[in-house]
Design a protein around this ligand. Structure first.
Ligand code: ADP
Ligand code: MG
Length: 727
């Protein structure tokens, strides 16, 4: 089997990588394969176009006549662009995107061949969805689910297939995907934020969430990846000794992008642009072979779809460049893992970013209102927000001294801290004219319009204010952004509704002026949510202790963190906003628990197999080489061999020691799995976490020691130094 490793290494050098065509101006190719506003204007009758725009911007329902007109226009557009198939494109709870292609091609009853696609096919389909996770919502005998068109995310053509973004729900109405609850949460934040924004500007009639994600990933050579069963089956390395050179020289971050990678990225960016994904930034990340790309931010639902699509496109383009993309949160031990920062804000239909400080005290009061309400929401639901980013992969990252810990906190920077400290002193009740003037001139009026430079420095915070947006940094690189975005928008919506109620009570029942009422409520929020604000080093042990004192939750692993998802508070939140009902919440919880168990189970099996089938036999083979050597020395030198073969004898013993330990660990791990498998879902997940997972580290340690002992030529798996340094 070592042949595999060398073949893989040789393979890297004998191939021609496909070069992307020269690019023209990017603005010319942007949205080329998207049935967006421009394409719709060209291909739809005026009334249908107007109805779709109303549906997008005002949530108006689309009638059958409009749907037929859209389908006809969409079909012509797609066929002109060479599309042969169409599909409803959705995001089931597996984390990947799903599609089932149907050809436009059809034969009529009288034998004519036509291309068919009408409103019925556009609006709804009934895929047999029994194989998607549903958390016990449906039995296989009632497996029908249906997909329904989401007109707010435009259709696009990818690889000659017209893809229509859809929601995916059970026949009985429960959501089975990420998009359905997200759309509902976005609707809630629209209503809640619009109501509050109208305190400041009556012209606001809609608010939408904005999201700009930053996608981190590793690229490794596909031949090398194929020679590693752990990467192939789990997306990460389960063993491998650290490379002598790793990230310690800090020479990769923002360094010049390796030529082979740049060729790939250029190709990828071209594909993204025609699909309407507005990629803007690319750079090397901290670890060797780690990179990041980020788009211009968009409306949340669209940005979520674009991130899911991007991950798919990244893998497909990578195949053509002989790369494998690793999205796993921790593909390599000892070097940084990958996250997906979610930059989030709220924007009005009057063009205002509600989290951007303005030029006047009034605009700043509006900014502070949304700013403080967001902090308050995070404080109230910190455990739920933590749960929204938990996964087996992200467990390796959170709290591992390279990423935010599993404690949620908010960083706002010293300037805004000062402002909040001042506001905390506002008089209880009506404000005197003098106090109001002072506040407006010296506190609210003093917030500089551009805070960006002062706020982006604390990289250890999981939820940081970065000048004109919050950056949720603890999200994992494999995550579908929809879930953390659903939770964030839901908690802020709920908070804004409570705020509006409280302010209105003060205005109506205590006859306060609007500003006085707002200042009064904000003052209380600042006090109540103080514990979530943390400006120090989030990586240190001191923070863990401090957070405990502040009664912030600290869940170190997924099974523990997930409990919060089914807490009465969480259920009450989602039910009151009509985003999800208790059945849907419970189903999602079970799906995530199951996924966690399966991931750890697969990793444990793969490592057990690799240790037994690759590592132990290789170690034995090398040990035999040494034994032959020792015997030979004895034949030639008689008793003197003891001195001459001293080193060899030691290694022989050491190898035996590791093999012994490995065998014991693998057997114990298998027993731990067997025991866990007898348990019910929740205790099972905790047993996999507490009893099985620790063996992965133990087994790895022995394998990695053997890697250093055994002759390089015999070692069957590509090593870290080969995987991590692209050439
Ligand atoms: P970094 O955080 O790496 O310094 P930037 O702050 O420039 O980089 O932007 C990171 C991401 O934040 C980008 O995707 C950008 O489009 C996005 N972003 C900027 N403004 C907003 C906003 N108002 N709402 C949501 N995302 C935003
Ligand atoms: Mg950022």
């Amino acid at each position: 089997m070592p042949i595999l490793r060398f073949q893989a290494l040789q393979d890297v050098q004998h191939r021609s990588v496909q070069l992307p065509k020269e690019e023209g101006r990017r603005s010319l190719s942007y949205n080329m394969n998207v049935f967006g506003e421009q394409a719709m204007r060209q291909h739809l009758p005026k009334s249908a176009f107007e109805n779709v725009i109303e549906a997008i911007h005002k949530g108006k329902k689309i009638d059958r006549i409009t749907a037929d007109a859209v389908a006809t226009g969409m079909k012509t557009w797609a066929l002109d662009k060479g599309a042969t198939h169409y599909t409803h494109w959705f995001q089931p709870l597996t984390g990947a995107t799903a599609e089932k292609h149907d050809a436009f091609f059809e034969i009529t009853t009288d034998g004519h061949v036509i291309e068919k696609f009408d409103g019925a096919q556009l609006v709804q389909q009934e895929p047999d969805a029994s194989s998607f996770p549903n958390g016990g919502i449906r039995n296989t005998f009632e497996a029908r689910g249906y997909t329904a068109w989401d007109p707010t995310s435009p259709a696009f053509i990818y690889d000659t297939t017209l893809c229509i973004p859809t929601v995916f729900v059970a026949y009985t109405g429960e959501a089975l995907d990420y998009k359905t609850p997200l759309l509902k949460a976005l609707q809630e934040i629209d209503v809640a934020a619009t109501d509050v924004a109208r305190y400041f500007d009556k012209n606001v009639s809609k608010v939408h969430g904005t999201l700009g994600w930053e996608q981190e990933f590793f690229l490794i050579d596909s031949a090398l990846a194929a020679a590693r069963p752990d990467i192939t089956l789990t997306g990460r390395t389960l063993l491998g000794h650290a490379s002598a050179k790793g990230q310690q020289l800090d020479d990769h971050y923002f360094g010049s992008i390796p030529t082979r990678v740049l060729t790939y990225l250029k190709h990828l960016e071209q594909e993204c642009l025609v699909l309407g994904i507005p990629i803007k930034t690319r750079h090397n990340e901290v670890a060797p072979n780690q990179f990041e790309i980020a788009p211009i931010f968009e409306e949340v639902n669209l940005a979520v779809d674009h991130n899911s699509l991007l991950m798919d496109v990244m893998e497909k383009v990578a195949e053509r460049h002989y790369f494998k993309v690793l999205f796993h949160e921790k593909p390599f031990a000892g070097v940084n893992g990958s996250g997906k920062h979610n930059n989030w804000s709220l924007a009005t239909d009057t063009g205002i970013n509600l989290l951007s400080p303005g030029t006047t005290p009034m605009k700043n009061l509006q900014f502070l209102t949304f700013f403080i309400n967001t902090i308050k929401a995070v404080h109230s639901y910190e455990a739920l927000l933590r749960a929204s980013i938990s996964s087996a992969g992200n467990d390796h990252r959170l709290g591992a001294n390279e990423a935010p810990p599993g404690i949620l906190s908010v960083f706002i920077g010293s300037q805004l801290t000062q402002v909040l400290d001042e506001l905390e002193k506002v008089t209880d009740g009506k404000l005197s004219p003098q106090e109001k003037t002072d506040l407006k001139l010296n506190v609210v009026g003093k917030i500089p319009e551009i805070l960006l430079d002062n706020t982006d420095r604390n990289r250890t915070s999981p939820f940081a204010f970065t000048g004109n947006k919050f950056e949720f940094r603890a999200v994992g690189a494999t995550a579908n952004c929809a879930h953390p975005m659903t939770v964030l928008n839901a908690i802020v919506a709920s908070q804004l509704k409570a705020f509006k109620k409280e302010v209105d009570v003060l205005i109506n029942e205590s006859s306060m002026k609007k500003d006085d009422a707002i200042f009064n409520v904000l003052r209380e929020y600042i006090k109540e949510s103080k514990n979530i604000r943390f400006e120090g080093d989030g990586y240190g042990e001191a923070w863990e202790k401090e957070a405990k004192k502040r009664r912030l939750s600290h869940h170190r692993n997924t099974p523990d963190a997930l409990d919060e998802k089914i807490s009465p508070r969480a259920i009450a939140l989602f039910e009151s906003l009509q985003i999800m009902n208790a059945v849907e919440i419970q189903a999602r919880y079970e799906i995530e628990i199951e996924e966690y168990i399966k991931r750890v189970q697969i990793e444990s099996r793969v490592l057990g197999d690799v240790a037994r089938n690759h590592i132990i036999p290789t170690a034995l083979r090398y040990q035999n080489v040494l034994i032959v050597n020792v015997k030979g020395l004895k034949d030639i030198y008689g008793d003197d061999y003891k001195v001459l073969a001293k080193e060899q004898s030691l290694i022989i013993k050491e190898i035996s020691g590791h093999i012994d330990a490995l065998n014991a660990c693998i057997t114990e791990m298998t027993e731990a799995r067997k025991k866990a498998n007898q348990m019910k879902l929740v205790p099972k997940s905790k047993a996999y976490c507490g009893k099985v997972l620790p063996y992965l580290d133990k087994i790895r340690r022995h394998c990695d020691k053997l890697e250093l002992l055994v002759e390089d030529e015999l070692w069957p798996l590509p090593k870290y130094r080969e995987l991590l340094f692209i050439n």
